[in-house]
Structures are given as structure tokens and as C-alpha cells.
Ligand binder design. Sequence first.
Ligand code: SF4
Ligand code: SF4
Length: 64
Amino acid sequence: MPLIVDTDLCTSCGECVESCPMDIIRLNDEGFPYQKYDECWYCGVCEEDCPEIALVIELPFLVR
Ligand code: SF4
Ligand code: SF4
């Protein structure tokens, strides 16, 4: 679950849903985004396009 949403800032505008190239974000019953499918590329577009800076992508821990 890489999406972290600040529900105090989110206005439920749906911009993140529209901007995700993988089409994996949906709004829940309260109007807040969540990751419905697993195919996140960690591209950061949803985070970048959020007008309220309410969304953060949690990057996976990488072992080298
Ligand atoms: S990081 Fe990219 S692929 Fe993942 S949810 Fe956001 S827009 Fe979609
Ligand atoms: S783009 Fe930002 S303000 Fe709009 S629904 Fe997504 S998280 Fe909420």
C-alpha cells in the first residue's frame, strides 16, 4: 500500500485517480484515494499532480 493520504488536506478532487498511468487508484466511500490494484510503478505522477500536496508515495525498501 504505497499511497499515503493526508485526509486533512485531500479535497477528493480525483486528480490522482485521473493521472495514474496504471489506472490503479480509486476513491473510497469517504472520497479518499487508495490503491486498488498492485501494479504501482512508483512513477510519482499521482503525488506530483495532487493540487493539495495531500498524497505521498511510499517507496519500497531496496536491497542492493
Ligand atoms: S506512483 Fe504512479 S503508478 Fe503508482 S499509484 Fe501513483 S501514479 Fe499510479
Ligand atoms: S489529487 Fe490530492 S486532493 Fe485530489 S483526490 Fe487525490 S489526494 Fe485528494
